[in-house]
Design a protein around this ligand. Structure first.
Ligand SMILES: Nc1ncnc2c1ncn2[C@@H]1O[C@H](COP(=O)(O)OP(=O)(O)OP(=O)(O)O)[C@@H](O)[C@H]1O
Ligand SMILES: [Mg+2]
Length: 359
């Protein structure tokens, strides 16, 4: 267990700023997911924590000790890279034992530790196999065991399951969560998958252009995004551009009250916060398509101004193409220049955890 503290960490490659002024405190045993588009600086950040990259500014501290200039082998960190890079000329046992041998641990102890690590990742008895005799998922687990056997205080995982199919990825991430919680290892996990982040994380950090847009618990990231970017990045979101005039968002269908200064703004509404009711002919909205997902219905609604909205309703409702409807919204956020300027109350019925799963 360890606390990690990043203080205004920056990294430039020439004129390119991969990470800018990044600060984050990670608690003992916490699992933080780094989420963000390609090139937003996630790997660079992880590599700086592991010691594989030197920051151009700021400091990395582990349990209060400044480790910014320490090489990887002198840090209490273990890293699993996206390309897992097992040694193909060694069997599974030797791959996992390698780091312990370097430390000069007695042979009998090494054998016990490696066997424990293999059991931990569900591969007990696989020690004698060559790595090319393993499936992709088994190789990923060997890579994980190789890190875990060194008993790192901080585990750094850079998209460890990206190359695996959905089913295996879900199983392995649950295994990682179990192991991480059992051992209480402070963990940073880079992922492209928002569902992965929502399922795994104690906290999510959303990155863009080397900067943290928001760091918060998954439900806060989903329900209380601080920026328009975060609002659009996690889950499905409708955006409607318009103007604020005298305390109202001035839109023919959504003249909602907002406490914000006059000027252009973007209204953001989740599909589950839009209600659609049948209306008489000639209203400003009609159904483009309704898709039945079994647990819920996704209804695409066209407004006459060309805007298309996604609404989520309960299954079994009669929603057919071309039908005229009146959409009403219950919870919404308002953004200007990427920043939140107003948020309405979120009604209780949209707070069911199922909505995270369907996001
Ligand atoms: N060694 C390097 N030399 C020059 N530029 C680099 C180097 N490593 C990373 N970069 C640049 O820094 C930025 C951040 O890269 P990084 O690998 O951290 O992104 P990422 O968020 O991990 O992306 P991805 O999701 O694609 O893995 C990118 O613009 C990248 O081109
Ligand atoms: Mg990366």
């Amino acid at each position: 267990m360890a606390r990690l503290s990043m203080k205004q960490v920056s990294k430039s490659f020439g004129t390119a700023h991969a990470v800018r002024d990044f600060s984050l405190e990670v608690e003992d045993g916490e699992l933080v997911c780094l989420l963000g588009p390609s090139g937003s600086g996630k790997s660079t950040l992880l590599r700086m924590i592991g010691g594989f990259e030197q920051p151009t500014g700021g400091a990395v501290e582990i349990d209060g000790e400044n480790v910014t200039r320490l090489p990887p082998e002198r840090r209490p960190t273990g890293m699993v890279f996206q390309s897992h890079a097992l040694w193909s000329h060694m069997n599974v046992f030797s791959n996992i034992a390698f780091g312990l041998k370097l430390k000069g641990m007695p042979k009998a102890d090494i054998r016990n530790r490696v066997e424990e690590a293999l059991t931990l990742v569900g591969l007990s008895g696989y020690g004698k196999r060559m790595t090319w005799q393993l499936s992709g998922g088994q190789q990923q687990r060997v890579a994980l065991a190789r890190s875990l056997v060194l008993e790192p205080k901080i585990l750094l995982l850079d998209e460890p399951f990206a190359s695996l199919d959905q089913h295996l990825r879900e199983r392995l991430r649950e295994e990682v969560r179990d192991i991480q919680q059992r051992l209480g290892i402070t963990t940073l996990f880079v992922t492209h998958g928002q569902d992965e982040a929502l399922a795994l994380a104690d906290r999510i950090v959303v990155m863009r252009d080397g900067v943290s847009e928001q760091a918060a618990a998954p439900d806060a990231i989903y329900r209380r995004p601080e920026t328009e970017f975060v609002a659009g990045f996690i889950g499905s979101m409708n955006f409607v551009k318009g103007q604020v005039r005298s305390g109202y968002f001035d839109h023919p269908l959504f003249p909602v009250a907002v406490h914000a200064p006059d000027g252009p703004a973007t209204l953001a509404v989740r599909p589950e916060a839009i209600r659609v009711d049948p209306a008489r002919n000639g209203t400003a909205a009609s159904i483009h398509r309704a898709t039945d997902f079994g647990t819920h219905l996704i209804v695409d609604v066209d407004l006459t101004d060309g805007t298309r909205l996604k609404a989520m309703t309960s299954p079994g409702r009669q929603m057919t193409q071309g039908m005229f409807v009146t959409p009403t919204i219950s919870a919404y956020s308002l953004f200007r220049d990427n920043r939140i300027i107003f948020r309405s109350d979120i009604p209780a019925e949209t707070q069911a955890p199922e909505f995270l799963a369907h996001a």
